[in-house]
Design a protein around this ligand. Structure first.
Ligand SMILES: O=C(O)[C@H](CS(=O)(=O)O)OP(=O)(O)O
Ligand SMILES: [Mg+2]
Length: 243
């Protein structure tokens, strides 16, 4: 089984994603937000690219969420802080989400057979689920404005690490690309102090500067959630192999 780590949305263009399982990773903050919302009982998250599409999609009972320049979009109910997507108010809510990088990365993966949202919060669950499906896998780092982002690479490394620690049938040989080797060693180097590592990368510093330090603490938790969001008929919903 081949596992390719893809550095950014731009680089995904060169790769045939059809018949693959793609795990889209945007640790700060879109995929962490999606995982958190579903874990708190949201019925689904619809990721869209533009503010216009978000407004068009939203029914009267839906919540509009997202950011531009890390800040809540004027007129929207919620920003892109995962902490806003916790608590009883999430129960049964459908959320329309638009963010600079993460929701765009999901939209760019539409050719894939399966699309999951991965984060540090649910890395092990993503690793287990993707391996069970037996497709070749792409770990798509959303990055920041088409550039590689440290936190997404670290998460790709963690998912690989978790895959390598699962009991695998002997015929299943995991082959990963050179970027996979890099991010795996980066994850192993930082795994015992992930919070510090996220505070010290460019996206983390940007979020800290504008008052989102608590988001970083939340997003740095390793394997705190066992749910895997799957993009299914335009919406991210909890994945179950029985579907
Ligand atoms: O809100 C976020 O954390 C980012 C915005 S930015 O790229 O840091 O300006 O969006 P995301 O799509 O979650 O990367
Ligand atoms: Mg990001």
């Amino acid at each position: 089984m081949h596992i390719d780590v893809i550095a950014s949305i731009n680089e995904a263009r060169a790769i045939d994603l059809s018949q693959r399982t793609v795990i889209v990773i945007d640790v700060l903050r879109a995929t962490s937000t999606i995982v958190t919302a579903l874990a708190h009982g949201a019925s689904g998250v619809i990721p869209v690219e533009t503010i216009g599409q978000a407004k068009q999609c939203a029914g009267t009972h839906d919540l509009l969420g997202g950011e531009r320049y890390c800040k809540k979009i004027p007129g929207f109910d919620l920003g892109n802080s995962p902490l806003e997507y916790t608590g009883a108010s999430m129960k049964g809510k459908r959320i329309i989400l638009t963010t600079t990088n993460g929701t765009r990365a999901i939209q760019k993966s539409l050719k894939a057979e399966y699309i999951f949202a991965g984060s540090l919060l649910n890395a092990k669950a993503c690793a287990m689920t993707a391996l069970k499906l037996r497709n070749d896998i792409a770990l798509l780092c959303a990055g920041t404005q088409d550039n590689f982002a440290f936190e997404d690479g670290i998460c790709a490394g963690m998912i690989l690490h978790e895959m390598l620690h699962l009991p695998l049938p002997s015929e299943l040989n995991l082959v990963y690309n050179d970027l996979g080797k890099m991010v795996l060693s980066a994850y192993r180097h930082h795994q015992d102090n992930m919070h510090m590592a996220l505070m010290d990368c460019a996206s983390g510093r940007r979020l800290m500067k504008i008052g989102y330090a608590q988001d970083i603490e939340h997003c740095a938790q390793l394997n705190a959630i066992s749910l895997v969001p799957r993009f299914d008929r335009h919406m991210m919903i909890p994945f179950s192999l029985a579907i």
